[in-house]
Write a protein that binds this ligand. Sequence first.
Ligand code: ZN
Length: 255
Amino acid sequence: MTAFTDTHTHLDLPIFSEDVGPVVENAARASVTKMVCVGTSIPSTKRCIELSDAFPDKIIPTAGIHPNYCEGISKREMVKLHELAALSPVKAVGETGLDFHHKYNERTVQEKFFRFHIELALELGKPLIVHGRKADERILEILDSYPKPISGIRHCFDSSWQIAREYIERGFLIAFGGLVTKEGHKKLKKAARSVPEQNLLLETDCPYISPAGVSEKRNEPAFLVHVAKALAELRGLPTREVAEITSKNAALLGF
Ligand SMILES: [Zn+2]
């Protein structure tokens, strides 16, 4: 049976609070059987864990503080994050990383928190979920100050094959989302064709980035199939095979 894993969702957000049950059912009907719910703050991480209790074996929580929300986080909250990340249902650390596009938070604060998450992931032996906007060079530099390989995901990949290869060399998997369904994005599409099978993952990043061909503004895990189809087409594979490859890779990460 074809089964997809959506490795990056924000089902914890208020935009899903009224109908998260039906959203999970829609996903199941579209063969999206597993959804990783990615923490972006302490309350968000707690909600991801709550959802995994409500939908066991379907929703998988992670623990993290997003680089755009890390300013003003106290020592006590960092201890709390450590506690949450160590819980056994929590399968990854993040999302973390660097965002030099939005510039909501100071670089130095973002970097301090990125390092905190890397060290947490290494200590707990859990994969790291990395967000990067106009910051891949600096992210790679920081990763290089730790022992390799770091098991991790460069989520919502938006760059070239050259950059993807740098992450892969450091032990990372590359998660492709709605961007591969859209017109243009030539460099990204070359990366989507070139990444080795064992480094490929799928994600929606819902509620953001609805794929091409979907009229709903709010993206949801059920629409992952559009991403899978686009990737299958780019790689000249049946969609079923993309599902098998990417779900197996996700399972190897512990999802
Ligand atoms: Zn995210």
